[in-house]
Design a protein around this ligand. Sequence first.
Ligand code: GRF
Length: 203
Amino acid sequence: KSIVVLISGSGSNLQAIIDACSSGFIPAKVSAVISNKANAYGLVRANDAGISTQVLSHKTYSSRDKYDAALMDAIDQHKPDLVVLAGFMRILTPAFVQHFTGRLLNIHPSLLPKYQGLDTHQRAITAGDSEHGCSVHFVTEQLDGGPVILQAKVPVFSDDDALSLAERVHEQEHRTYPLVVRWFCQNRLQQQADQAWLDGNVL
Ligand code: GRF
């Protein structure tokens, strides 16, 4: 199977997926990494792993529709079975989401449906939550609203700040995302409308 990963930043989740492909845990290869930011460190990680990279800057497009159409074409060149959003910090158009429905995954740093959008770690601390975490979900037109596949929880400690909490969540992201990608590549995971299914059971 073939995976295209979209990033905007550090790419630590990308790294976890690359490593899981090389070890055979994920029965697939990352065919390409596409970033909307030229300075994303994830591009270095991809290069180091011998994966082809492309920068597609949204700044050179006059509208979101045009950018997403170009992004769609760039992805389609690689004929991926799966498109993985790994810290890709852009809202996607309905046309884009529809085009990849059922093969588009995202990871979000909160226990969805809590804290959709940005700044999730600080929001969990401010709310006084005793637990926080991450969610891997299929992407639908609803921002951070698609069916959840897998979550991991972490405790929130009284002396946490957003950074220390983010680090704890990141460790779990690096476990959960490769596992979900593995399931998908093993043909065990499906999206049907607003539900995610694993091994024939609704999640
Ligand atoms: C992660 O926290 C992920 O949940 C969010 O963006 C961050 C990406 O981190 N969607 P990295 O670039 O994979 O290190």
